[in-house]
Design a protein around this ligand. Structure first.
Ligand SMILES: Cc1ncc(COP(=O)(O)O)c(C=O)c1O
Length: 387
């Protein structure tokens, strides 16, 4: 049996997406900037996708800028705002950002910018009062991740956005893990910039979008032919963008049924693993991504880390991840768990199980049983008792 439980890393493109992409590659492969029939056919598909993606977050189509993915959308938000200023200013982020935000902000720091990284509580939540206190006269941008990819915590984005707006400061959120899983309405949400990614919502890899509120001005990172409202030059990846559009439309249509279904499965998995020796739940139980379950393996020292569990589960046919997939490959404590106040030992043990469209109750039950068996084998009771 093969069970994929890593839907936060990426999702399998759905059949409708594959069909749409195949159609583009065979019949609408023109350059959308060309004025002839071939080009206009491709341009029409890009504009349809723009509407489909826009309607997933209740935005106007013209406020959607297509990028190569969530990482580029995040970079464009941070560097696009920052490059407006000739001299270094102040920026506020949280201490649990994805590296697609943390790294460009580190670059700004090297350029002399002041950076405040808001602390989080043990569940990974930012306290809005800390944002209020962090703002300075020269703060030009606040960016806080909406749904944390490693521990699943949702931030109080509405409140944080209101605080930034009350101080006249631009507010960005990385909604890569939230889009398509929870409703997002940018007419209600006080955000100026918001990032999403196609391959997290059953679209193809290589496409993403930055929502840019109409009156917000950004400096482009990519210069050239002036595509995407001059904010992202380069011929659009039409097949990927068309697939992204279809994925967004279907995600929006299924939100009302799929989200409660995922929450039910998430709770089922949490309950089954709740009393498991050597596992502690991480993240916020209440404010949580619908499809996200995370734990830390404890008591096994360096010999039994989150990665050990990932490998053992892989042998049993179950695909999960240790912390964020983007950080895989290096055995250092998770910076996210450290920022949440956990010790190095606990921060080495992080595992993440993320559910999706194809996950069933039987998958959840089987996975819980396999995890218990693996832990039992890796850390038999007497070994733990002798510690
Ligand atoms: C919260 C978050 N932001 C940004 C990204 C990067 O998105 P992409 O893979 O589309 O570049 C990811 C991917 O894991 C993510 O989880």
């Amino acid at each position: 049996m093969q069970i994929y439980l890593d839907y936060s890393a990426t999702t399998p493109p759905r059949q409708e997406v594959i069909t749409a992409m195949q159609d583009v590659l065979t019949a609408s492969w023109g350059n959308p900037s060309s004025l002839h029939e071939w080009g206009q056919r491709a341009a029409t598909l890009v504009e349809r996708a723009r509407m489909q993606v826009a309607s997933l977050i209740n935005a106007l189509a013209e406020s959607i800028i297509f990028t190569s993915g969530g990482t580029e959308a995040d970079n464009l938000a941070i560097l696009g705002v920052a490059q407006h200023y000739r001299t270094p200013q102040h920026i506020v982020i949280s201490s649990v950002e994805h590296s697609a935000i943390a790294e460009p902000v580190r670059l700004l720091e090297q350029w002399g910018w002041d950076v405040t990284r808001l602390p989080v509580n043990l569940h990974g939540r930012v306290n809005p009062i800390d944002l209020e206190n962090a703002l300075r006269p020269n703060t030009v941008l606040v960016s806080v991740i909406y749904g944390q990819s490693e521990v699943g915590t949702l931030q109080p984005i509405h409140t944080l956005g209101q605080i930034a707006r009350a101080h006249g400061v631009l507010f960005h959120t990385d909604a890569v893990q939230v889009a398509g899983r929870l409703p997002i309405d940018v007419q209600q949400l006080p955000v100026d910039l918001l990032s999403i990614s196609s391959h997290k919502i059953y679209g193809p890899q290589g496409a993403g979008a930055l929502y840019v509120r109409p009156d917000v001005e950004l400096v482009p990172m990519m210069l050239g032919g002036g595509q995407e409202l001059r904010l992202r030059s380069g011929t659009q990846a039409v097949p990927a963008i068309a697939g992204f559009g279809v994925a967004a439309e279907l995600a929006a249509a299924e939100l009302a049924t799929e989200t409660p279904r995922l929450i039910g499965l998430r709770e089922r998995l949490f309950e089954q693993l709740a009393d498991t020796r050597n596992l502690i739940p991480t993240g916020d139980r209440l404010h949580r991504l619908p499809h996200h379950v995370s734990f830390s393996v404890v008591g096994g020292g360096q010999n039994v880390t989150g990665k050990t569990l990932v490998r053992q589960l892989n042998l049993a046919g179950v695909g999960i991840s240790a912390g964020s997939a983007c950080h895989s490959g290096k055995l250092s404590p998770s910076p996210i768990l450290l920022a949440m106040g956990y010790s190095d030992a606990i921060a080495l043990g992080g595992i993440r199980l993320t559910l999706g469209r194809e996950t069933t109750a039987a998958d959840v039950d089987w996975t819980a049983m396999v995890i218990k068996q693996v832990l039992e084998r890796l850390m038999p009771l007497q070994l733990v008792a002798s510690r």
